[in-house]
Design a binder for this molecule. Structure first.
Ligand SMILES: Cc1cc2nc3c(=O)[nH]c(=O)nc-3n(C[C@H](O)[C@H](O)[C@H](O)COP(=O)(O)O)c2cc1C
Length: 189
């Protein structure tokens, strides 16, 4: 399979909202293996990866719609349509990788573990891009509801850092946007 230079990968990666096709377990494993090369302070290896594919996506959608059913103030047909749409969300890609992180009692360790897990997510996105897959880092309310942790078998105290949607791009690569390095860079010398 084609690969690419790191600089090319990190400049060329885009969030791909429409994904289809399939990605097999060996390909997912390779991406996760690349992800866990991320730096992590004191080698805490705080990340966990839960792959959701096939009917597990349908079950996740149903669990999520149940959560929303208790929260939405919509009624009647509007409510039904809304809950149906919410239930469909995990079906937007053939594979979802839920990246979660342990939460240490020490807030600094917890912060650093979250940072390390976010770095692992970016590794995952870049590796997917380098291998020709499309991906999208999503969170939304689904990532912050403990009933979803429970449904997925993720520790209640762990935090979901990303729900990475993965597949083959089913849309043109979104156009890049300009970056303003000067606005964010300063040098002390
Ligand atoms: C922590 C985090 C959470 C995100 N959650 C969502 C999300 O829930 N929905 C979404 O459409 N995009 C989400 N994104 C993707 C960003 O919208 C996207 O990265 C941004 O628009 C820039 O586009 P690019 O990734 O193509 O450069 C998230 C990104 C990050 C870092």
């Amino acid at each position: 399979m084609r690969s690419m230079e790191v600089m090319e990968a990190l400049r060329g990666r885009r969030s791909i909202g429409k994904l289809d096709g399939d990605i097999d377990d060996a390909q997912v494993r390779e991406l996760v293996e690349a992800a866990i090369h991320a730096p992590n302070h004191k080698l805490t290896e705080p990340w966990r990866f839960t792959v959701v594919r096939g009917d597990a996506r349908v079950r996740l959608g149903a669990a999520w719609a149940d959560c929303e059913a208790g929260r939405t103030t919509l009624t009647g047909a509007e409510r039904d349509a809304y809950l149906r749409r919410e239930a469909q969300k995990p079906l937007r890609a053939p594979v979802l990788i839920v990246v979660s992180t342990r939460t240490d009692a020490d807030p600094i360790v917890a912060q650093e573990d979250f940072a390390a897990s976010a770095a692992a997510v970016q590794n995952l996105l870049l590796a997917a891009h380098a291998r020709g897959f499309g991906a999208m880092w999503r969170t939304g309310a689904m990532a912050y509801d403990q009933r979803i942790n429970e449904h997925l078998g993720v520790e209640r105290s762990d935090r979901i850092v990303a729900i990475v949607y993965l597949g083959r791009a089913a849309m043109p690569l979104p156009r890049d946007r300009p970056r303003n390095v000067e606005a964010v860079l300063r040098t002390l010398s």
